[in-house]
Design a protein around this ligand. Structure first.
Ligand SMILES: Nc1nc2c(ncn2[C@@H]2O[C@H](COP(=O)(O)OP(=O)(O)OP(=O)(O)O)[C@@H](O)[C@H]2O)c(=O)[nH]1
Ligand SMILES: [Mg+2]
Length: 464
């Protein structure tokens, strides 16, 4: 069997301020570990005179006092006894007044009484080490905190609920069974074991490989809901780029005039398109100019284009495709990012000739930035493109992280390798099965290397 990574459960007690710095109505100092109650009992004086070392999981009112008896703050003390806590250890949360003064004083006091300052993400790491959550769920905690849109939050919540973990477990289980049977036959070759390498096993493994492939296709969507995408508006001067920018923003952010060359700087705003956070940029109209400011603007526009996940190439419905447009289109298409042809000002010409443009673009959208016509269709097409052409729901099971995708890809490769040579000897089959299992275990944390774990939790904030 795949040797499980043995990890020791922590024996010390950690503490940190768990609320953000700055002033707030309340602030929390959190303690977790076997000594949490003992340490809290030294510094906390309950208004009812109760000894909290033996107190039930509840909230108690009282005071935190310094060694010389000086009151530091009036607080509520929330006791959560193991295993009914975030970390599964004894947890005490001191709800004090929010502000650097009281929180820092209380933290320093509990550190002097024997707690150790928690590392970033260490509370969540303990929840993981104590088996309350797996690695997928631990990482979803940070995604929850950082979610920028409702869809991002929904995706994080789906992962936190264990949907992805279950999907992985349902792949692991049959592989483990197959490995157990194959290893039995290797260990006891003389025994009359039933035929192992059966068509049934082949079917099972083929199904699992297909499910892995489907899940791999979700990795772009997972990343997208979490990190968002960059979309840049480009085109010749005066075609209505800034008007489109404002219309998508639903705000008059960029200056719009009838004069070509209005926009010089790069303007950026974050918008939400069907739940996807999008950093939208408006750029200077692309043309050759003798004006120094405009020329700089054009250079900035070009570099923004290189970093975009999609480009909206705006042209006018009133104009046929000009040679300049044609050169520009060729330039943009050479960027190897999806380019949308956005034909603007359809209020002036509702049926523009499209013939000259060909079908080189990821999509063609007819819009009027002025009337708002066609904007919904543009947004829908853009969302679909960014999601990789698959229609995806943030509450679906999604791969959220690059390392999850890499591990799943390796598991898939191992299984594909096994299936390609299915008649091979049991020894060979078991090597591939072990590889696939180890790769799957990296996603949920069963077989994740210690340094990788450290790196993952180090990206959390202190106190989480
Ligand atoms: N009729 C009509 N006019 C539009 C539409 N969109 C933009 N315009 C007009 O076109 C002119 C140029 O609009 P802008 O949004 O400033 O164009 P731009 O592409 O940002 O121009 P530069 O910043 O100079 O490159 C303005 O007079 C707008 O009012 C539209 O959908 N219909
Ligand atoms: Mg403009």
């Amino acid at each position: 069997m795949t040797p499980p990574v043995t990890r020791t459960t922590p024996e010390d007690t950690i503490a940190a301020v768990s609320t953000p710095p700055g002033e707030g109505a309340i602030g929390i100092v959190r303690l977790s570990g076997p000594d949490a109650l003992r340490i809290a009992a030294v510094v906390f004086h309950s208004s009812s005179g109760l000894d909290i070392r033996t107190a039930r999981s509840r909230i108690y009112h009282g005071e935190i006092r310094a060694d010389d008896g000086e009151p530091l703050d009036e607080v509520l003390l929330h006791i959560m006894r193991a295993p009914h806590s975030y970390t599964r250890e004894d947890v005490v949360e001191v709800n004090a007044h929010g502000g650097a003064g009281p929180l820092q004083a209380i933290l320093e006091l509990v550190l002097r009484k024997g707690a150790r300052l928690a590392e970033p993400g260490e509370f969540t790491k303990r929840a993981f080490l104590n088996g309350r959550i797996d690695l997928v769920q631990a990482e979803a905690v940070i995604d929850r905190i950082r979610a920028r849109t409702r869809a991002g939050l929904r995706a994080a919540n789906a992962a936190a609920s264990g949907a992805l973990s279950q999907a992985i477990a349902s792949m692991r289980e049959p592989l483990l069974q197959a490995l157990a049977r194959i290893e039995a036959s290797v260990d006891f070759p003389e025994e009359d074991l039933p035929e192992l390498v059966t068509p049934e096993l082949q079917t099972t493994l083929t199904t699992i490989a297909a499910r892995m492939e489907t899940l791999l296709q979700t990795s772009d969507a997972g990343r997208l809901y979490r990190e968002g995408a960059a979309v840049t508006i480009a085109g010749r001067p005066n075609v209505g780029k800034s008007s489109l920018f404002n219309a998508l923003l639903r705000d008059a952010r960029a200056i719009v005039t009838a004069r070509p060359g209005t926009t010089r700087d790069l303007l950026e705003e974050i918008i939400t398109i069907q739940g996807i956070p999008v950093r939208l940029s408006d750029t200077a109209g692309l043309r050759h100019s003798d004006d120094e400011v405009e020329r700089i603007g054009v250079d900035i526009a070009r570099s923004a284009l290189g970093a975009a996940d999609a480009v909206l190439f705006v042209v006018e419905a009133t104009d046929p495709a000009t040679p300049e447009d044609e050169t520009l289109a060729a330039d943009l298409l050479a960027l190897e990012v999806p380019v949308f042809l956005v034909i603007n000002k359809t209020d002036l010409n509702p049926a523009p000739a499209l013939g000259g443009w060909g079908d080189r673009f990821s999509a063609t959208c007819l819009v009027s930035a002025q009337s708002g016509d066609g904007l919904h269709e543009l947004e829908a097409a853009l969302a679909k493109q960014l999601l990789g052409g698959v229609s995806m729901n943030p509450s679906d099971v999604l791969l959220n992280r690059v390392h999850q995708r890499d591990s799943l890809r390796r598991a898939h490769q191992a299984l594909t390798h096994l299936l390609a040579d299915f008649g091979a000897s049991p020894e060979f089959l078991s090597i591939d099965l072990r590889d696939a299992l180890a790769a799957l275990g990296e996603i949920t944390g069963e077989s994740t290397a210690e340094d990788v774990l450290d790196r993952i939790f180090a990206s959390f904030c202190i106190g989480k």
